[in-house]
Design a protein around this ligand. Sequence first.
Ligand SMILES: *Cc1c(COP(=O)(O)O)cnc(C)c1O
Length: 382
Amino acid sequence: MSSLDEFARSKLTALEAQHLKRTLQETVREDGLWVVRDGRRMLSFSCNDYLNLTHHPAVKRAAAEAAETWGAGAGASRLVTGNHPLLEELERRLATLKGTEACCVFGSGYLANAGIIPVIVGEGDLLLVDELCHACLWAGSQLSRARIQVFRHNDVGHAEEILGRHRAGRRHALIVTDGVFSMDGDLAPLKELAALARRHDAWLMSDDAHGLGVLGGGRGSAAALAAPVDLQMGTLSKAVGSYGGYVCASQPVVDLLKTRARTLIYSTGLPPASVAAALAALDIIETDRELTARPLAKAQAFTRACNLPLAASPIVPVVLGEPLAALEASALLECEGFLVTPIRPPTVPEGTARLRLAFTAGHPDGEVARLASIVRERILEQ
Ligand SMILES: *Cc1c(COP(=O)(O)O)cnc(C)c1O
């Protein structure tokens, strides 16, 4: 065996012993709700397709027609020939929805975060990051080479203390947080963070991957909390049902990103089909208030039935502790016809392995009630 293979084997063995090895499982999504895995058909509570738009007829048709007319791929970076007119239209629509001057669309949410942060702060600058921020905010933070200071989850006082201690010696300061935390479903105190940023001449960036389309009448977490956020980043791959990332901000900030963000410049533009699908999805999000309100309502019905804290977003964590407990709970739910993927470290902190439930507009109320009674009686009350 080569030393490389030996290295990989020993790493895998160690992960397996801790129940932390991950494997890909073939999954067919029949529509926005039902998945088939190993021949078993299950109702999914693990897709971020909050409005079930991945399979909406108008969204699929827009993607198919765009591919037929303009081809399967963009052909080059947006800075070269990949800047299809549909992208400019999508940016205008997103900026309008978010109430900002401008918008920049990236290849994915991960690429957006990895590209944005290093443009805004660099060596010698201060970067405050909530401890539970998404992995790609950490990636962007590390790439920036700014001085990273971690603040306790949603603890504005702690962030203030850090700014008080470190702001003076630094040129620029940026506060970075999820708008909706992806594994806990709670919201960041965006209004308080914005006020804090203003007091210390710092800037605020939020990652609204799980807010767009489902909070604030579809406009996201900053709108829901009426908070002025300088950089509102998000993804087109969750409630929007397509693929791609974006950031909404002022015109000068967007102009700067378009000329400097390496993940925009050195990565191919989105396929026209993804852009057209996102546009069709926005048509629905902008007009169907009843639909955008439904995922949160379903999540709240579940938390009420389980005596859990009232859901603040469509994401509900059921924290169980050890990885094995999460794996067993997930297996139990699979037998009952529910797909609920267990979430383990390092995605979540040690000792907080959990089930993470994502509620969508189309989940039947009867099934939500059945899931709640199983979680309450056979998982939480063990
Ligand atoms: C999913 C997610 C991303 C990444 O978005 P993609 O478009 O899937 O790359 C970024 N931030 C958060 C909080 C997410 O949950």
